[in-house]
Ligand binder design. Structure first.
Ligand code: 4AD
Ligand code: MG
Length: 461
């Protein structure tokens, strides 16, 4: 169906005034008055609607149009003309309107504002609201900006497997992949594995990192951008069971190289959204986070903070705050601690570096102190951790010791340790949680509202 996108009309209306065109979309609102009927139409390509003004006296089948409700889909043919409305300097005067799809009265998206909770129950329709259309356009722009950033810096985009045999993060939060069915008579875990599809246990990947390392040790600079899965028992606004991660991995790099890369990436992608989605950002500022635009400009223009884990623990102890969870060297930072550091101490993104080795993953490089690893989390105000990063252990013996000490199944990691036997090099990488980044950029408070069809604890709509 040949037609003009709303975003193009808004961009180039000056050249389009006086031209005939067809525009398609859904009715946002329809209003009848004595001589004219107004339709606000939107096709999802733009934050702004198109006003269609029907002159009832001259329009052939006005009754069919007047019968339509919010949500009905139309193809409108007519002429774009200048309007006296300062908000929208043009409008469409139709000579023909085809009703493509009517809506019955039980259409759940009426003109009034709906709560995000309600909209979560209708993920197949919520993209038609301003909030979700804006979110999904920002999501698309953010994805494009990520590719643009890495491709501009000699990174190769690689695809790592979704079905894996190793638990990268070692936290046991894997969703199992199996063809066994309920009621099969299986006597032991060994028999279960041996008779399964892969003749071994398999799961959905929690991270593309391990395979990403293999690619980086061939191609030097790679990044992945794909779905990852975690069966975490965390029913929080920041945890999804299926979320997307961007995982660059860089050979011949240490922790500080990767901090530099992560900083440049966050700045680049934030700026890209500011430049390419200004109306969406204005919308989120108006309805979801006051000061959002200034916050984003600050991300682009100011330095991020860096603090040692040990110093962060001191700051928390000195804070005089009553935290629910204990604060002590060797314990992990909880959300409330991260919040204090970002929202009250630093008030900007902060890299916490050099965590105790026992609270971090097996693959992280041991620091010379023997107690901490060259790891960092990037914490940001309002959201908390958005990036987990580290330099990787590139020494064969030290890596083997971690795998043995943690009682991991050595067979699953032989190929990974091989990378330290065959031309090992210092290397480092990080994982950015794509949806967490979207929460930060839009001010939306729940991860379930950043992805079209969210999967989370107790939720598969
Ligand atoms: O800190 P994580 O667990 O790090 C890794 O997976 C490393 N293998 C990354 C790497 O070095 N290549 O996860 C990385 C990021 C977190 O900082 C967070 O933003 C996001 O992934 N994340 C989640 N996002 C949504 N829902 C969840 N359940 C998440 N778990 C982690
Ligand atoms: Mg982490």
């Amino acid at each position: 169906m040949k037609h003009t996108d709303l975003c193009d009309i808004h961009k180039q209306y000056k050249e389009l005034i006086g031209k005939e065109m067809t525009v398609c979309g859904w009715i946002k609102s329809i209003r009848d008055s004595k001589q004219v009927c107004f339709i606000e139409l939107n096709d999802g390509t733009s934050m702004k609607n198109l006003q269609v003004v029907i002159d009832k006296a001259s329009f052939a089948d006005v009754d069919t149009v007047l019968k339509q409700n919010t949500g009905a889909s139309l193809a409108v043919h007519g002429k774009l003309v200048e309007s006296i409305n300062p908000k929208q300097p043009f409008e469409l005067h139709p000579d023909k309107i085809d009703v493509l799809g009517e809506v019955p009265e039980d259409y759940p998206l009426q003109k009034k504002a709906h709560s995000l909770e309600f909209l979560r129950t209708i993920p197949h329709l919520r993209g038609r609201t301003n909030t979700f259309a804006a979110m999904f356009r920002v999501r698309s722009q953010l994805a494009a900006a990520i590719h643009e950033f890495f491709r501009g810096r000699n990174f190769t985009y690689v695809h790592t497997p979704i079905i894996t045999g190793s638990d990268c993060e070692g936290a046991g939060e894997i969703f199992h992949v199996t063809t066994h069915v309920f009621g099969e008579d299986i006597k032991s875990a060994e028999e279960y594995a041996a008779t399964d599809f892969f003749k071994r246990t398999a799961g959905l990947t929690v991270s593309g990192q391990l395979e990403g390392e293999a690619m980086a040790l061939s191609l030097s600079k790679i990044y992945t951008f794909g779905p990852t899965f975690r069966a975490e028992n965390s029913n929080t606004p920041r945890h999804a069971a299926e979320f997307w991660q961007i995982e660059p991995e860089v050979a011949f790099a240490d922790l500080f190289d990767i901090i530099e890369l992560a900083t440049a990436m966050i700045k680049h992608i934030t700026n890209s959204v500011l430049v390419n989605c200004p109306e969406e950002i204005d919308f989120f500022e108006r309805f979801y986070e006051k000061g959002l635009k200034d916050k984003l400009l600050n991300i682009v223009n100011s330095e991020f903070a860096v603090v040692e884990y040990t110093e962060a623990i001191e700051l928390l102890k000195k804070s005089g705050k009553q935290f629910d969870y204990p604060v002590d060297w060797g314990l992990d930072l909880q959300t409330e601690h991260e919040r204090y550091l970002t929202d009250e101490v630093f008030k900007r993104p902060v890299f916490v570096i050099n965590y105790p080795k026992d609270i971090k993953s097996f693959y992280m490089k041991l620091n010379p102190d023997g107690k901490t690893v060259a790891a960092t989390d990037l914490l940001v105000p309002g959201v908390g951790e958005i990036i987990g990063a580290s330099q990787r252990e590139d020494d064969y013996d030290l890596l083997m010791k971690q795998i043995t000490d943690r009682k991991m199944t050595m067979d699953d990691y032989v190929w990974y340790t091989d990378l330290r036997r065959f031309g090992s090099v210092p290397h480092a990488g990080y994982g950015l949680g794509f949806e967490r980044m979207l929460m930060y950029i839009t001010g939306i408070g729940n991860i379930r509202d950043t992805i079209p069809f969210p999967r989370a604890k107790n939720l598969l709509a």
